[in-house]
Design a binder for this molecule. Structure first.
Ligand code: MG
Length: 160
């Protein structure tokens, strides 16, 4: 059985005003992530991880920030489109392991909703999606609440 591994990473700035769109859900919070699309840092890292594993380029190639259609675009839709490409290329998810680096908010109470949302987009089960939250220990731009970052490692297998 052929398997492929991929990794994704992303960073977005935090700006005042909620809600926070993260992992495809809206979280009550006093800051939001800023970017060309809806700036969902976690879904962007996952999208890049999946595209990388299938060697299909990256999120910037698929959804250029120079194209008006991608302005304020729903990252769940972008992940859906990217994963369709991955699927059409003959691959399916075995599992994802994700890390979100954020000083606030605490992710524990949102983890299950986010994992269910991601599993729904990818058409897999919730137990194939792992999510961990880490703080910046009050140091660096993460620790000062200026940015959030996300990382994702994903494993694909060749579809039968
Ligand atoms: Mg991004």
């Amino acid at each position: 059985m052929a398997i492929r591994i991929g990794m994704g990473h992303d960073t977005h700035r935090l700006e005042p005003g909620g809600p926070l769109r993260l992992g495809g859900i809206d979280i009550e919070f006093d800051f939001h992530l800023a970017g060309h699309s809806d700036a969902d840092v976690l879904l962007h890292a996952i999208t890049d991880g999946l595209l990388g594993a299938a060697n299909l380029g990256d999120i910037g190639q698929l959804f250029p920030d120079t194209e008006a259609i991608n302005a304020n675009r729903d990252s769940a839709e972008m992940l859906d489109i990217a994963y369709r490409r991955v699927h059409e290329a003959g691959w399916e998810v075995i599992n994802l392991d994700c890390v979100v680096l954020a000083e606030r908010p605490k992710l524990l109470s949102h983890k299950d909703a986010i994992c269910h949302r991601i599993a729904g987009i990818l058409g897999c089960s919730r137990d194939q999606i792992s999510l961990k939250g880490k703080t910046g220990e009050r140091s660096g731009e993460v620790g000062q609440g200026k940015i959030m970052q996300a990382m994702c490692v994903c494993l694909l297998q060749q579809r039968p």
